[in-house]
Design a protein around this ligand. Structure first.
Ligand SMILES: Cc1cc2nc3c(=O)[nH]c(=O)nc-3n(C[C@H](O)[C@H](O)[C@H](O)COP(=O)(O)OP(=O)(O)OC[C@H]3O[C@@H](n4cnc5c(N)ncnc54)[C@H](O)[C@@H]3O)c2cc1C
Length: 580
């Protein structure tokens, strides 16, 4: 499978606008080429891109005209896992018809394709705009829980970091599911076929011919090597690669891996989905919200989608697969009668399967904002503004690191910390992250109306060990940021500015907590009958319904979650096509 051709061009935002217009059928291929040539964007790769986009547009327009009442598979969501699943399934089953439904629009906005402005998508129509409700454990702060609502899902608006799970994460999933196909060695074989790795070749750990382009941060900000030098000076391990051997070890610092090619984001949609959108067996409907699932007895028969003329139904001959993400998937199950009976009854929803764990076990990583320094001289951020990071254990006995330190080339601060310390715009941050949280939250329906967002009761920092782990990370971030190796980049420490202890530290942790937007765990995979899905990702209690997205993680992977979701999408495709 060849991913769509990337282009590094002098005027990418014009190109993005043209892409959007071509794919939406507002301009012709000839109009695209004429406008691109007038703007000085020429070259043979532009013809290839125009051909690919035009083929997708023509095919998808025809598919939409010939919409069927029944498809073999219906996939809900085109995020990290959904794109991987559809890309593999469509190629392996050319005779099976696949309907792919995405609530968001195409991914051609300039802010999607340009990784340096990824954060400008937050709060726009490309974001579901959820917020975790205030709790005493976050000093009564409500915390935003952004999620991608666009083709590519999170992979189209995220910070582009490609981080593979630790061996301990996958071994835990294998033990919980009772299936060693979820374990590390098989996971590693999947990543070798997934990656198109651009760093130093490494036959055991890295793949070279897969659909996902990833590279070590290109031309990183000078803060990144300075931070790595600071780590060496403090005897913290510095690794050649942020993935690979790191997964089997106990942590270390390195340049990040990013899904950026010639300055443009290579989302999972671009990597997996686009290459199959000109196939006759794939129909993608964008701006199409799935409201609920339909059933005949306990067999899933299809979906009900919102349309201007009222609810419309489409049937699945074989299976419905939910790839709608850590918040929307449990919401869809509950709206369809799969959830805790008492909760469903309180909203007037008839219970099909009493499944009390749907929406439970909510987990996310916490990013503390933060520890902030004012530089002597401002150097604008590069790539996705985060180019170096590291993993450490706050306690030696842990099976893998629980703390992630992320350098951010911007004054990253929570609402409260930002107000209290007012960092200058030129500042940079070294944020402590909690990647193995012990706190667990839950999702509840707000109402039976599919248009209402659910209640995200995250209960962040409700477990005291999570506060201790972040306090450890903050101390370490200050040691690194204030070390001699960083002196060229430091005029003064802005926040917290002094050693904190006791209640002061605890409050700094609680006031600074924000999330990485890695919602997971709400439809737990397990071998016990209380689990929401089994090892083959089948929803317990019903037939012909599976889930493949971040919600199935029994315990959240201790790294940024896109690559783990790709693994889940790849596993789903394996299960469906090889019955393995
Ligand atoms: C701002 C931000 C920054 C991040 N940074 C990173 C990073 O740098 N590295 C990293 O590894 N991870 C990062 N993540 C997390 C990562 O992107 C997600 O964990 C991952 O994309 C989740 O994959 P998924 O397949 O579970 O769901 P998603 O990627 O969220 O995809 C779900 C899709 O389903 C669609 N959908 C949902 N409900 C419906 C419905 N009812 N009908 C139709 N369609 C529906 C959504 O619109 C979406 O497109 C970030 C996330 C965000 C939001």
């Amino acid at each position: 499978m060849e991913p769509i051709s990337p282009l590094g061009t002098p005027d990418q935002s014009l190109l993005d606008r043209l892409e959007h217009a071509l794919i939406a059928g507002r301009i012709s291929r000839r109009g695209f080429m004429r406008a691109a040539a007038a703007a000085g964007l020429a070259g043979s790769s532009l013809h290839v891109l125009a051909d690919e986009l035009d083929a997708i547009r023509a095919n998808q327009a025809e598919r939409a005209r010939k919409l069927q009442a029944t498809y073999d598979y219906i996939v809900v969501g085109t995020g990290s896992a959904g794109s991987a699943l559809v890309g593999r399934l469509a190629a392996a089953r050319p005779n099976a018809s696949i309907l792919v439904l995405e609530a968001g629009d195409w991914d051609t906005a300039p802010s999607v394709m340009d990784p340096s402005v990824w954060f400008t998508n937050l709060g726009t129509e490309r974001d579901w705009k959820d917020v975790a409700i205030a709790s005493t454990s976050t000093n009564n702060r409500a915390i935003p829980e952004h999620m991608g609502r666009v083709v590519g899902g999170g992979s189209s608006i995220n910070a582009t970091i490609w981080a593979r799970p630790f061996k301990a994460d996958l071994e835990h999933w294998a033990a919980e599911s009772g299936d060693k196909a979820w374990g590390y060695e098989h996971g590693l074989s999947i990543y070798r076929r997934v990656e198109n790795w651009q760093g130093t070749p490494d036959a055991r750990y890295r793949g070279k011919s897969g659909p996902v382009w990833c590279q070590p941060a290109a031309n990183p900000h000078p803060l990144a090597p300075a931070m790595l030098a600071a780590c060496r000076s403090l005897n913290l391990p510095v690794l050649d690669d942020q993935n690979g051997a790191r997964e089997e070890g106990s942590g270390g610092f390195a340049l990040m891996n990013q899904i950026i090619r010639d300055g443009r984001r290579q989302s999972m949609a671009r990597s997996y989905l686009y290459p199959v959108l000109s196939r006759k067996n794939v129909t993608l409907l964008v701006n199409t919200h799935v409201d609920r699932l339909t059933f005949a007895g306990n067999r899933a028969t299809g979906v009900e989608i919102a349309s201007a003329s009222g609810p419309r139904r489409v049937q699945a001959r074989s299976e419905v697969i939910l790839c709608s993400g850590g918040i929307n998937t449990p919401k869809l199950l509950m709206l369809s009668g799969i959830g805790d009976e008492a909760q469903l009854r309180s909203h007037g929803i008839k219970t099909l399967v009493h499944a009390p764990e749907v929406g439970q076990n909510f987990q996310d990583h916490l990013l503390h904002g933060g520890c902030i320094w004012e530089p002597k001289e401002h150097i604008p951020h590069r790539n996705s503004a985060a180019n170096a990071a590291g993993f450490v254990k706050s306690q030696a006995s842990f099976d893998s690191p629980d703390v992630n330190l992320v350098q951010i080339e911007l004054p990253y601060a929570s609402d409260v910390v930002g107000k209290r310390y007012a960092p200058p715009n030129t500042s940079w941050a070294l944020c402590a992250g909690l990647v193995a949280p012990k706190s667990r939250g839950e999702l509840r329906l707000k109402s039976a109306n599919p248009a209402d967002r659910p209640i995200v009761d995250a209960r962040f920092l409700s477990h005291p060990d999570d506060v201790k782990a972040l306090a450890y990370g903050i101390e370490l971030a200050r040691d690194i940021g204030n070390s001699a190796a960083m002196r060229d980049y430091v005029k003064r420490e802005v926040a917290p500015g002094q050693k904190l202890t006791g209640l002061e530290m605890e409050n700094f942790v609680r006031d600074g907590a924000t999330t990485y937007f890695h919602q997971a765990g709400t439809c737990r995979m397990g071998k016990d009958d209380k689990a929401v899905v089994d090892a083959k990702l089948r929803v317990n209690g019903v037939k012909n319904l599976r889930i493949a997205d971040s919600s199935i993680m029994p315990r959240i992977a201790s790294v940024a979650t896109m690559a783990s979701c790709v693994l889940i999408g790849e596993r789903m495709a394996e299960i469906l096509t090889q019955r393995s």
